[in-house]
Design a protein around this ligand. Sequence first.
Ligand SMILES: O=c1ccn([C@@H]2O[C@H](COP(=O)(O)O)[C@@H](O)[C@H]2O)c(=O)[nH]1
Length: 283
Amino acid sequence: MIIDKLYKFVEERGPVCVGLDTSIHYIPEEFIKKHKDEYSALFEFNRSIIDATYDISACYKVQIAYYEALGVEGLKVYKETLKYIKEKGLIAICDIKRSDISSTARMYAKAHFEGDFEGDFITLNPYMGLDSVEEYLNYVKEKEKGIFLLLKTSNKGSSDIQMMKLENGRRVYEQVGDLFNKVAEEYKGECGYSSIGFVVGCTDTKEASIIRERYKDSFFLIPGYGVQGGTSEDVRRLMKGKNGGVVNSSRGILLAYKKYGDDFDVAARKEVLRMREEILNGI
Ligand SMILES: O=c1ccn([C@@H]2O[C@H](COP(=O)(O)O)[C@@H](O)[C@H]2O)c(=O)[nH]1
């Protein structure tokens, strides 16, 4: 199961997930000038970040929106970045947040679990229900793939719907979490976690411990650290020890050169080390 590989990397390298939400505007101008065009600079920037951080990071989360926004040329960079991660034996989480009826979901599964845009894990929005996720499950069982389902997101608006109380007393996110937790049981690896995990933002201090307590055996992808305001203390409420999840930081790592004044790859490494130390020290 792919979760066993991720768990092993978390144990060996720490829980940091490097977010490759790479905007052209984040790349230093001198670096862009050294390359044929913006797209090759974009790929080389990603490659340098990966080379500088792979031995101290659990995985890479590649946010497709940043590449889609650049059209076909951007998607080629997305593809090349995923290929590079795979060639180095690392783990890619494709942050695509798809959700659709099953016939369309089948196509999304094909697009992101095989072919040009293949990754190890994908993110899905499960709020369309069980049948919107079913088409992906065969890949989890047979092709060493994994899924992170949005549960309680890091944005302020997550309280608009996800926190609503239903007549049965549960919150909407609990209804969704309980439903998919049962499904996840069938995809457990040797590490005890399932290849179907949840996305839980670390920006809701109050709800974090409740979520961890309710989903004791789930592996979490945790965004919201740093720029969005989540702290290491918030992360620890969700982590369940040192290896119950991975903690994403995108802008905090990609733009670390502005904070440290070093070359961007050197600064990215410094920031991953700082973040890892800050999170693990309190556990
Ligand atoms: O609840 C969620 C789910 C996904 N994200 C994604 O994580 C990164 C966060 O980027 P930062 O620069 O570290 O804030 C981004 O790709 C989001 O789309 C999230 O933030 N919250």
